[in-house]
Write a protein of this length. Structure first.
Length: 558
């Protein structure tokens, strides 16, 4: 008769007895030292606490930082006499943290150490900052070819039970940066939540999130952005930054209440996107030469007009970078400061503290600036003060919300500016829109036919009176490939028009004119309007006719 032993069962029993004995021993130690004994479950370990102590040091010290509340850090220890653990605790205290110590079993500690795996994308994270390593960004850039790729990576991460919430948010952010998205939209609906990226001005679906993930991401975004978690029925605005190597990308957070939850928009302000030079904005050669002449003047005003998101700020920043020298003082009043410019004094409007565009403009004049940029002219007093500054030896750049260049003159009149001084101060009024550029890899040449042919040839006939046009009866359409993330477009470029202040405009302005009358008076200046400038970009293959029609009203343009 043979006896068969169940080694696995025996080993399991031995392990259970050993674990029970360890717990009893730890409990006696905890009672003697007056330190509580706890069992740390993985889902209670916070990533921000883990990041306070590197994994190799934590394992060597048998120590785990598992919770962080402001400057209070909760520590799990297996051996309070461990010298490395004592050094880590002293270091945390020296950094201003209040350390709360607990005893934990070694097996519990090992489960807690597994949570370090969820920190693979981030080297550090704290309220207001998310640090994404260059390696992580490089990895995503190599993986992400289309928005669909972001969907696959994000779906795989969510499907893993051990993926941390912070890692999911980091994937969303890294995916947006690698695809050059300008905004991230998180929009709750009746049963789920839609995640979308805005690429080159157009929104693209990324993934549908379940409500549990949405609520967790929302809370995380609020914490990072410095917003209140308990406010759900009101709008909130905040910000945080993404540090990657030497670059810092600011994220502007906007949250508003909706029918099914709070809608989130994260605007990505990547410093690289504002580095466009004046020559690369898309201004046609004749207008570019005029613009360079105007911004080189020692005084006067240049207004740039267009709707929100039309690239006005980018253009004004290009002006400032072009004319900046150490010999001149440039001061800006912005709402908000979107990008930092070296060598330029930038101030931000804070209306709740009384620092408005008007107050900023008045104050700036006492700082002896040569050049002033006012983010936007919104009211009569700001308009008059800006005009006065332009008339008294300052070069002033600013923006107005009007549809076209002619509208700048009529808008100033509507704001109460004396028509007799408008053209003395205003050197040039510009207007612009942004159109997506066709992907140079996959765009397709097509023959111009039908209604498109009739429309284009009508506009070309007007353009020929201003400048020769190379019209060959062909244009290009979007297709879509890996190089353009499947959209058919890559990047954006400006479509511009401008009106200069001359004797004809001066005479027209004094008669309280309409926009049409201003535009008629400007015809002898021989500058393309936006429809004509747009058609020139269609014929050169820079953009498509469909894209231009979506942005500029060329059908009814005179």
């Amino acid at each position: 008769m043979s006896i068969k032993f169940n080694d696995d069962k025996a080993n399991k029993k031995i392990a259970e007895v050993a674990e029970h004995q360890e717990e009893e021993s730890l409990q006696r130690l905890a009672d003697n030292l007056g330190i509580p004994l706890i069992n740390i479950f993985p889902n209670s370990v916070e990533g921000d606490a883990l990041r306070l102590v590197p994994e190799n040091k934590a394992r060597g010290a048998k120590l785990l930082a598992f919770k962080l509340e402001n400057k209070k850090v909760f520590i799990g220890l297996h051996d309070p006499e461990n010298e490395t653990a004592k050094e880590i605790i002293q270091s945390l205290k020296a950094s201003g943290y209040e350390v709360i110590i607990h005893l934990v079993a070694e097996k519990t500690l090992e489960r807690g150490f597994e949570e370090y795996k969820g920190l693979s994308l981030a080297s550090a994270s704290s309220a207001g900052t998310v640090d994404i390593t260059n390696e992580a960004l490089t990895e995503y850039i190599s993986k992400v070819k289309t928005v669909a790729d972001v969907k696959i990576i994000l779906s795989e991460a969510i499907a893993k039970k051990d993926t941390h919430l912070s890692q999911i948010l980091e994937i969303i952010l890294a995916g947006a940066i690698s695809t050059l998205a300008s905004d991230i939209h998180i929009e709750p609906e009746e049963k789920d939540t839609r995640l979308r990226y805005r690429l080159d001005g157009a929104l693209y679906d990324v993934l549908i999130l379940d409500q549990k993930i949405y609520r967790l991401i929302l809370s995380r975004i609020k914490l990072l952005s410095g917003l209140k978690l308990n406010i759900k029925a009101g709008a909130q605005d905040g910000r945080f930054s993404i540090a990657s190597g030497e670059n810092e990308i600011e994220i502007r957070t906007s949250i508003i209440p909706g029918g099914y939850g709070e809608s989130v928009v994260l605007r990505i302000l990547n410093p690289k996107s504002i580095q466009t030079t004046l020559d690369a904005l898309g201004i046609n050669p004749r207008l570019l030469a005029i613009t360079k002449e105007m911004i080189a003047k020692p005084q006067g005003m240049i207004l740039n007009t267009g709707p929100t998101g039309s690239g006005k700020t980018t253009t004004l920043y290009a002006f400032l970078r072009t004319i900046y020298t150490p010999e001149v003082k440039i001061l800006t009043i912005e709402d908000p400061i979107e990008y930092r410019l070296q060598g330029i004094v930038q101030t931000q409007v804070e209306e709740e503290k009384g620092y408005t565009f008007l107050e900023g403009l008045r104050s700036s004049l006492r700082h002896d600036p040569d050049i002033i940029m006012v983010g936007e002219i919104r009211d009569e007093e700001t308009a008059r003060t800006a005009i006065d500054a332009a008339l008294t030896g300052h070069l002033v750049f600013s923006t107005l919300h009007t549809n076209n260049a002619a509208g700048a003159f009529t808008r100033l009149i509507d704001l109460g500016v004396n028509p007799k001084v408008i053209t003395s101060a205003l050197s040039m009024a510009m207007a612009q829109r942004l159109v997506r550029k066709l992907c140079s890899v996959c765009k397709k040449e097509v023959k111009i036919e039908g209604a498109d042919k009739e429309l284009i040839e009508k506009i070309v006939a007007k353009m020929q009176k201003i400048s020769p046009v190379d019209y060959k009866g062909v244009m290009w359409r979007s297709v879509g490939c890996e190089a353009c993330f499947g959209t058919g477009y890559r990047g954006r470029i400006g479509v511009y028009e401008a009106i200069l202040s001359d004797s004809a405009i001066e005479a027209a302005v004094r008669e309280n004119p309409s926009e049409r009358e201003i535009k008629k008076a400007a015809e002898p200046q021989n500058i393309f309007d936006m429809a004509e400038d747009g058609i020139s970009k269609v014929l050169s293959g820079t953009t498509s006719l469909d894209e231009l029609k979506n942005i500029v009203d060329i059908v009814t343009a005179d």
